[in-house]
Design a protein around this ligand. Structure first.
Ligand code: BGC
Ligand code: NOJ
Length: 814
């Protein structure tokens, strides 16, 4: 397949610039940082929501539609008989020029047609509940031009799930109000909702529409709405059916003249006794306040500058200069940006996640934490407490919780036996970054029950013990419903397609299903737990815990080694999974990753052998596949993993999330060339250069999954944006390859580099200090710090002891 690029990176502006609207898949960006969020594609498709993509959806979106990416914020420009959109869609009128700049929490689309240039800047200002759209129209010709401008948004009736199914009700509930240039959407506000939405523009309008059928025409598409085609708004009032918001503005532009129009799509909540100012007339005060904050170009530009400096600050905490622009742009810009988006969204809303299916994952959120803890530690702290509050007294956890209520999700329940370990993982990362041990004393309830509070440290203890108390016949961890691999459902045994693989447990009693992935994870996080206990002076607990860790290491060596790699699991009956004895699924990535990271059997050569087996059996051109050989038939005892066609998702797809585990394993073994070679295969900027067309999805972020070697189209990416890959890529490159590792007392310097790496420097803000670290590698080694100087003075070892202030550090490898 020939590689065609659809744009390019602009590192100075921290943007990806798309120059062809016909990308092989909608390439999206995220707007919003705290409460109000929007998804926006390169043709301005997408939707907005307040906090929760399911329960507070502002605008409607049509997933997986024909044509693709239907619904969004559309501006129609009618110039004589020609109608066009700055984002190309929905009219798809050929444009004279088109550029979409996806930047840090903003998107700007600029197009031109017949001498008119239209540029729209979309962003959610900091600390506000709205999306601002600044449209600039410019006449680049020598003649006076008269244009008709129509805006368009379609309201969602708040609950994104029922909005798509409960039509017998929905078609009768829609209500709007129009006042001045503001269109208010107030469906269900008369009853239990305390919130409404609005869409405004900062100039007087010449007309409007709020009823979809009237505006579009029942049998038309968004590409030819009646009102626009005829150049005549209908001033319609929606009553039920599908309310929309469209402003109509007549625009005159002198030669060379340009005009700005600021549109605001916003959300308001009112107290019960302040909902109305007269019967049926909603209280618009808060909406008007917000609108007035953005009613001039100057105010919008100032808000945009604030957003830019917010990102300047966030991206100034870790800055690397290696001279390799493909690496630098991912580390300094896009990887950190993706981590932040993943933190905000968890797995809820993307063009692959509908925003209605899933809450916040217990394990997912703990892993996402390591991607942003250096940027917004206060929010990481809160996140840890929220997550821990959904734990049960025995250390088990709800697998998911709802962002709006922060309660554990009963529909999915618990029983994923890796979950507890991740709480240790997340908490330790937080303390190492911040030095804030006080979080350990924070009272945290079980299952959100008031009165059940114990210290967070106690939560870590029950997390650790949950593994210890749930060992199987080989003294390896019982897997429960599943471990990290949600699709390895060893106790599920389902023949009913209406059963969920995730929640069905037909066979658990007497199960012998054990997980080597949890074993490795337990050794890694268990060692951290031991070190933490020691730190806080609890020697007895440290000693007790260490014995369990040691026992686990012995169990893995004894019963978890297959000769050339670590086994993956034992099934319900105690039969091996991920063994040379198996016909399919002989080797799996997860246990290779975790057991090598844990260094189990390092001295006996197990780590190196396991990593070599990964290269031999799992590695391919596009990354490391999850298992090999892929399953070619459904295996009732294994569950969902064998339900996927070969090469996709958990059945031998390149599940990018787990590639970093092997890469870190390579760094534990000191094999810098191998670590780098695995890493760059899934690094988006390298993929972009060679495989933009094949890869299909956004070239600036990682996907959850890239089709593996057994797939029909190896290398094709899917499920972009919301994936634990972001945080793991960040951890891998920042701490294990570049070797800047936050620790309790300071920063540990321990790079693992390809031998060709000569030198690089890192600026790292850490607590109240700022370090400029220059690392040179004169002998071309992969690992090992020969000597180090801090502020000109030689130091023993490779730890920069934390001291506030500005410090210069030089490190020589060798
Ligand atoms: C997906 C997994 C996911 C699980 C639970 C499966 O279909 O393949 O990646 O974790 O569903 O949502
Ligand atoms: C996606 C889920 O969000 C995550 O929790 C899981 O570990 C992976 N899929 C692998 O199955």
């Amino acid at each position: 397949m020939e590689n065609k690029k659809y744009g390019h990176f602009d590192d100075a502006s921290r943007e990806y610039v798309i120059t062809d609207p016909k990308t092989p898949w909608p390439w999206i960006n995220y707007l919003g940082n705290e409460d109000f969020f929007s998804l926006i594609s390169n043709t301005a498709g997408g939707y907005s929501f307040y906090k929760d993509a399911k329960f507070r959806r502002l605008t409607r979106y049509r997933y997986n539609n024909v044509p693709m990416d239907n619904g969004g914020r559309y501006f129609y420009i009618k110039d004589g008989d020609t109608v066009w959109n700055p984002g190309w869609k929905p009219c798809k009128t050929p444009l004279d020029s088109y550029e979409c700049h996806h930047g840090m929490s903003y998107t700007r689309i600029t197009s031109a047609k017949s001498g008119i240039e239209a540029s729209v800047l979309f962003f959610v200002p900091l600390k506000s509940w709205c999306e601002v759209q600044k449209l600039t129209l410019r006449n680049t010709t020598g003649e006076r031009r008269c244009l008709k401008l129509f805006s368009f948004e379609e309201w969602c009736l708040w609950n994104a799930a029922t909005d798509m199914e409960n039509f017998q009700r929905n078609f009768s509930t829609g209500e709007v109000e129009i006042e001045g240039s503001v269109i208010y959407h107030k469906t269900e506000y008369r009853e239990r909702r305390n919130h409404y939405a609005y869409y405004s523009v900062n100039v007087p309008i010449n007309g409007y529409d709020t009823d979809r059928e009237t505006f579009v025409g029942l049998y038309n598409g968004f590409d030819c709405p009646d009102a626009v085609m005829e150049g005549r708004p209908r001033n319609s009032h929606a009553h039920g059916w599908s309310p929309i918001a469209s402003h109509y503005i007549e625009v005159e532009l002198a030669p060379g003249e340009s005009k700005d129009f600021v549109f605001v799509l916003g959300y308001v909540e009112n107290e019960q006794d302040e909902k109305f100012i007269a019967p049926k007339v909603i209280n618009k005060r808060k909406a008007l306040e917000t609108i007035s904050r953005f009613d001039t170009t100057e105010k919008v530009d100032a808000a945009f500058d604030e957003l830019k400096s917010y990102w300047d600050t966030l991206l100034d905490i870790f800055v690397v200069d290696t001279g390799n622009d493909k690496l630098d742009r991912m580390v300094n810009i896009w990887n950190q940006y993706q981590c932040m988006v993943t933190f905000n969204m968890s797995r809820s809303a993307s063009f692959f996640e509908s925003g209605i299916g899933r809450g916040m994952g217990f394990r997912d959120s703990n892993q996402d934490l390591v991607g942003f803890v250096h940027q917004i530690p206060e929010r990481a702290r809160q996140r840890i407490i929220d997550i821990a509050s959904t734990q049960f007294p025995d250390g088990g956890c709800y697998h998911q919780y709802q962002p709006l209520t922060k309660r554990g999700n009963n529909d999915i329940g618990g029983g994923f036996n890796d979950d507890p370990c991740w709480l240790i993982f997340g908490t330790v990362a937080y303390i190492k970054e911040t030095g804030d041990f006080s979080i350990l004393d924070e009272p945290v309830p079980f299952d959100n029950q008031p009165g059940s509070e114990v210290s967070l440290m106690e939560h870590l203890k029950v997390s650790f013990d949950h593994v210890v108390n749930n060992l199987g016949p080989h003294q390896l961890p019982l897997i429960g419903r599943a471990d990290w691999n949600d699709c390895l459902n060893l106790n599920c045994f389902s023949w009913d397609p209406n059963e969920s693989f995730q929640t069905t447990e037909n066979k658990t009693e007497g199960s012998k299903a054990e997980s080597l992935m949890i074993a490795g994870l337990f050794v890694v996080t268990g060692k951290e737990y031991v070190a933490l206990c020691r730190r806080i002076g609890n020697e007895a607990e440290a000693t007790r815990a260490q014995q369990h860790v040691d026992a686990m290491i012995s169990a893995v060596k004894r019963d978890g080694w297959d000769g050339e790699w670590y086994l993956r699991a034992y099934d319900y009956y105690g039969r091996k999974i991920g063994s040379n004895e198996n016909e399919e699924g002989k080797i799996f990535i997860e246990s290779q990753g975790w057991c090598t990271m844990a260094g189990i059997g390092l001295d006996e050569g197990m780590v190196a052998m396991s990593l070599d087996s990964v290269k031999k059996y799992l590695e391919c051109e596009h990354g490391i596949v999850l298992n090999n050989p892929a399953f070619t038939k459904y295996i009732y005892e294994y569950g969902e993993i064998s339900s996927y066609p070969e090469g996709y998702k958990e059945n031998a797809g390149i599940f990018c999330h787990n590639n970093p585990w092997v890469i870190i394993g390579e760094t534990v073994a000191g094999r810098g060339d191998d670590a780098w070679s695995h890493y760059r295969k899934i690094l988006p900027s390298y993929v972009e250069e060679k495989y933009s067309t094949l890869h299909k999805v956004e070239p600036y972020v990682n996907c959850q999954m890239v089709a593996g070697k057994d797939a029909a189209r190896p290398g094709e990416g899917k499920n972009s944006w919301l994936t634990g890959t972001a945080a793991w890529m960040w951890l891998t490159v920042s701490q294990y390859i570049l070797g800047i590792k936050p620790d309790y007392d300071g920063i540990l310097i321990d790079p693992c580099l390809p031998q060709t790496a000569q030198e690089y420097s890192v600026k790292r803000k850490f607590r109240d200090a700022e370090y400029r670290i220059r690392i040179t590698n004169p002998k071309g080694v992969s690992k090992g710090v020969l000597c180090m100087e801090i502020d000109g003075a030689p130091v023993e070892g490779n730890v920069i002891r934390y001291e506030p202030g500005h410090h210069e550090v030089t490190v020589v490898m060798g």
